[in-house]
Design a protein around this ligand. Structure first.
Ligand code: FES
Length: 142
């Protein structure tokens, strides 16, 4: 299966790449399948994700899914962002080859990790909202 035009577009021109200084939440996750790492930064105001940026060592599919995922949560409430699944991101990109599905999980997990970090910084236990988020140092990939 070839990559869709949307995947190629987001891979060639990824949106929201970089870092946010003074981010309200930072999430870093590793992919247990390939060992690639993703870092996600969010800015939050009144429960709305006003800005989001990512950096990844992941492959083209990871870049494309993160680019799309960040576009999908920007301007949304934290609750809506938590509902975003890698499946929805893949659908928005018109699909991914089956061997690349694991790459799309990085974006979903990194968003959850960043929101979890945001809650922790507010002194709120994130687990009731976010559930258990695997931390980068737990995946054993490096
Ligand atoms: Fe690691 Fe795609 S192969 S993120």
């Amino acid at each position: 299966m070839a990559y869709s035009e949307k995947v190629m577009d987001h891979f060639a021109n990824p949106r929201n790449v970089g870092e946010i200084e003074n981010a309200d939440g930072i999430g870093e996750v590793g992919n247990s399948k390939c060992g690639d790492i993703m870092k996600m930064y969010i800015k939050v105001e009144n429960d709305i994700i006003t800005d989001v940026k990512f950096k990844t060592f992941g492959c083209g599919a990871a870049i494309a899914t993160s680019s799309m995922a960040t576009e999908m949560i920007k301007g949304k409430s934290i609750n809506d962002a938590l509902k975003l699944t890698n499946k929805a991101v893949m659908e928005a990109l018109d699909g991914l080859p089956p061997v690349k599905v694991h790459c799309s999980v990085l974006a979903e997990q990194a968003i959850k990790a960043a929101i979890s970090d945001y809650y922790q910084k507010q002194g709120i236990d994130p687990e009731p909202f976010v559930g258990k988020v695997p931390h980068c140092d737990e995946c054993g990939c490096h």
